[in-house]
Each structure stands twice: as C-alpha cells, then as structure tokens.
Design a protein around this ligand. Structure first.
Ligand SMILES: *[C@@H]1O[C@H](CO)[C@@H](O)[C@H](O)[C@H]1NC(C)=O
Length: 322
C-alpha cells in the first residue's frame, strides 16, 4: 500500500507546472492521473478511475446515486467470475487490469485516428510535431526566453516528446506504427520505456537541474505547506524524510540519482492493479474475511464509483479545506 502511495505521488508530479492541454498531457500513472493521496487526504477519484477506467468513471459521476449503485451491482456480478458470491482480491485485480487495458486501447485508438486520419501504417515525427507544436513556429523567439512564458514551457514539452518518441521508436525509422505510438502515449505500460519514464520523473522533481533529487526537492514535490502552517511539519512528512534518508538514498550520498529513482517508481516486482485491489478490499471488507460480498461493496459504493451525490460531497470536502 505504501509503495503505491509513493508511486502515485511520484508519477503525478510529472505534470506539475507545465501547461496541460489535452494534446500534451500524458498519463504517467497506470491507474489514474489524479493523486491517490494529496497531503494525506484520500482521493476517491483515484479509486474510481482505477476501478472503472477514466472514461467510465466520468460517466458515473453524472449519474444519480441510485442508478450509479444499480450499475455497480451489475459490474459486481461480472467481477465474480466463479459466481460464488464473493469478490476476491484476485478477481478484483483481474477486473482492474481489464478496465485499464480497455481504457488504454480506446485512448490509443482515439489519438491514432486524430493524428493519422487516413490510417496509414505509421506517423512521422514531423507530422506529429506540426500537428501538436506547429503553433510554436509562428511565435516570436523572444517568447521562449523567459522561464515563465508559455513558449518556454511548450518548447520544454516538445523536447520531452521528441526524446520519448525516440525511445518508443523501436526500429528507429523516425516514424511510429500503432504499437510504438501506444508506447509513446502510455510509456508506463511498456517495460521498454522504463528509462525515459524515470528520466522524466527525475527531471520534474529536480528543481535546481543538477541531475539528482535532494531531500528538499523530494519533500517539496509531495508537500506544500499551506499559508499559516509553515511551523511544525505533519508526521507523515517527517516519515517521508526518514524514508528518503533510510531507504531511497541507498548509497547515502544525500541524493537520489537515476538508479535510485528507478527503484522508487518502478520497483521490479510491483503490481499496481494488485496493490489497488488490496486497497479496495481492505477499505470495504466490513467482516474482515479478505473478500467482498455484493452487500459490502454496495455499502461502500462511493469508494468504487462516483455519482452526482459523491461529487457534491467531495466538492464540499474540498471547500472545507480552504
Ligand atoms: C510496429 O513495429 C514494431 C517493430 O518496431 C513491431 O514489433 C510491431 O509488431 C509493429 N506493430 C504493428 C501494429 O505493425
């Protein structure tokens, strides 16, 4: 569980501080592009995205609670593949894998059609660049100098995309076929893209651009004190400091380098779907028998799916925090 928390925090950081229009935003996290725990506040949207896939999760958010619950009941019957009346962690994990794959396949199809309307075998870098970043050619070069300017931010994204394109381009012919393009769009799902995912994460957290992550950069990425609470740090932040010093910085030089970042965000045996399945079972398992009945799931329905009501509730909760 803890690990998935750190991974969720790390990967969502990739987007911090850059323009995020639909075209340039990338999903670096397996299950959702929202943070699972923000300053230790449990974000159920992460679970909804993981459980339903992002598109379906949005659909549920529009439904009245009764309809949302009814559809969840139908899904529960599908998840319980051996029909014994229980949803086990394994069944839940398989379901999460299935919805994530469905979401990614649909997402790749959508982008593929958009960038390649004639459905040719591959997309060239030139065509992709023109399509997404062509507007930069018309901008005044002065626009690119100031680090706060849009031009500066977009040319950084262009560079990042160019490098990621290179890693996705398995046969190095400068053009991506559909498999390669899928790796470009969803690198976290392609082990061959590990290196570039690690680089992007490192660069994003490494604010002073010295090529490594200091303790302050590591903490600064996950914790931003709100106005008026600059004094004492919450306990979880202190624990994070100990995590960094005790575990993440394995060679004890005070920094996380590329290899250490890799161990952190892409530990070899880590399974996102399994971790999320365990989390959901733990949260909803009222009688603690390590499997869920339909009643237990429907009882905690707002953990699994959204609805107009939970949306409203979360809006209120967010409001309370400020
Ligand atoms: C795309 O090219 C790669 C080799 O670079 C190949 O392994 C893969 O099967 C190709 N995919 C399609 C859809 O043609």
């Amino acid at each position: 569980m803890l690990r998935s928390l750190f991974v969720a925090l790390a990967v969502s950081a990739v987007f911090a501080g850059v323009p995020s229009n639909e075209e340039t935003k990338r999903l670096m996290d397996h299950l959702s592009d929202v943070e699972h725990f923000k300053n230790e506040h449990h974000n159920k949207q992460f679970d909804h995205d993981a459980f339903l896939g992002e598109d379906q999760a949005k659909t549920f958010d529009q439904l009245p609670p009764e309809e949302s619950k009814r559809r969840l009941g139908v899904i529960v019957d599908k998840i319980d593949t051996d029909k014994d009346g229980f949803v086990t962690p394994v069944e839940l994990k398989d379901w999460i894998r299935y919805t994530q794959k469905r979401y990614i396949d649909e997402d790749v199809d959508r982008h593929w059609r958009q960038h390649n309307p004639n459905n040719e075998e591959s997309i060239t870098w030139d065509a992709y660049r023109k399509n997404v970043y062509g507007f930069l050619d018309e901008m005044d070069q002065k626009e690119f100098k100031s680090p706060d300017s849009e031009g500066f931010a977009y040319s950084a994204l262009l560079k990042r995309d160019r490098r990621r394109w290179h890693y996705a381009d398995a046969d190095q012919n400068e053009a991506l076929n559909k498999t390669e393009f899928a790796a470009f769009l969803h690198p976290e799902d392609y082990p061959g893209m590990n290196t570039v995912v690690v680089l992007e994460t490192l660069e994003d957290i490494d604010k002073d651009k010295d090529g490594k992550i200091s303790l302050e950069e590591y903490i600064g990425d996950m914790y931003k004190p709100e106005d008026g609470e600059e004094g004492e740090e919450p306990d979880w932040v202190k624990q994070e400091r100990e995590q960094f010093t005790g575990y993440r910085d394995t060679d004890k030089d005070g920094y996380m380098d590329e290899g250490e970042v890799k161990e952190w965000i892409a530990p070899p045996e880590f399974d996102h779907a399994e971790a999320e399945a365990r989390h959901l079972v733990f949260e909803a398992d009222s009688d603690a028998d390590e499997k869920l009945t339909k009643a237990e799931i429907l009882d905690k329905y707002d953990l699994f799916v959204g609805s107009q009501a939970t949306d409203f509730g979360e809006a209120l909760a967010r409001h309370d925090e400020f």
